[in-house]
Design a protein around this ligand. Sequence first.
Ligand code: DNO
Length: 404
Amino acid sequence: MALEKTWRWFGQKDSVTLSELKQIGVEGVVTALHSIPAGDLWPLEEILQVKKEIEQYGMRWSVVESLPVSEGIKSCSPERRRLIADYIASLRNLAEAGIDTVCYNFMPVLDWARTDLHYKNKQGGESMLFDYPTFAAFDLFLLKREGSEKDYPESIIEKAKQIYAAFTPAQREELAYNIIVVTQAFIHGVLGEDSHNYIERFRAYLNTYSVINRDKLRENLVRFLEDVIPVAEDVGINLCIHPDDPPFPLLGLPRIASTQEDFRWILRQIDSPTNGITFCTGSLSGGSDNDLVAMAKEFAPRIHFVHLRNTTHIENRSFFESGHLTGSVDMFAIVKILLEEQLRRKKEGRKDWRMPFRPDHGIRILDDFTREANPGYPLIGRLKGLAEMDGLQTGIERMLKREG
Ligand code: DNO
């Protein structure tokens, strides 16, 4: 049986084509209407068009990643009412097109953060690094965020000073540009592809949250869930929140989807199977205190979508993205829990037994150096991850069968 093999595809702009995905054995595609700005309605015709393209190759549109929750909903701005109405209308359109799983996140301003997009590993491949002191240098000396010095211990500030001093002006610019624009633009980042005056505009977004603490953000998430979950239930869509990446506070922004306790809290607020989780082993493992095996066990029935990848911790909250099977994640234990959950769903007759997974961020290797890709999304590196996760599942399934 195995978890449904899916792949993140960025639409016609993607350098990997749907026919190539078919060749590598992908069963389902994970995509979004990337040309529509966050917050705008997704028209049924455009959804149907993408769906048709995918189905022409004998695959299905397994998951929407993401139907973006715009800043106006996260911060509860005066525009919220319209934004929620559009979100609901988009959900209804997706359901009408037969799509059953929608991923979203509730991270303010920044969707994910890395400090080096070309981190060389010992074998000559390239992955991504989150270096905490370098991130602090960005916050303290490039953004010059008010009060930022209170957020870091003295030892990190000292390191940040040294890093910043050693950077050339071009390196400083690249750091800010990578964090604010490059890693965000292709996934509906707040500034979109418009990089004009980006530091100033980014600061303005951060400012919105000066009056929103963790409790307030939680309250805004609950309001969102109260509005959308009943609709999703009604139309048969499972919603799944993506964890914070990395799963600890950044830039003074509140974080509410980082730990086991956070997810327990979120699932409890609306105790419906529709209110679920995207289990992203890469994001969650960025927090060295997170026990991913315990989380997979506890949340299994509410996991609607799985991102499999790995991280290796350095120190001080720093980590790099390592191969899918190498790193801090006990991939065997987690995949086993997920496969057992799948068997249970089958037995119970649940219609969401497919449990789509995708190999998340891959390491750039071989021909990846000659093919355009968004940061984290090289073809060969992810294909290697897909093959590894496939092999692991074959082994575990054989083992489970033998155990009866
Ligand atoms: C980065 C991705 C995230 C993720 C969103 C989901 O590579 O994992 O951008 O898609 O946070 O809403």
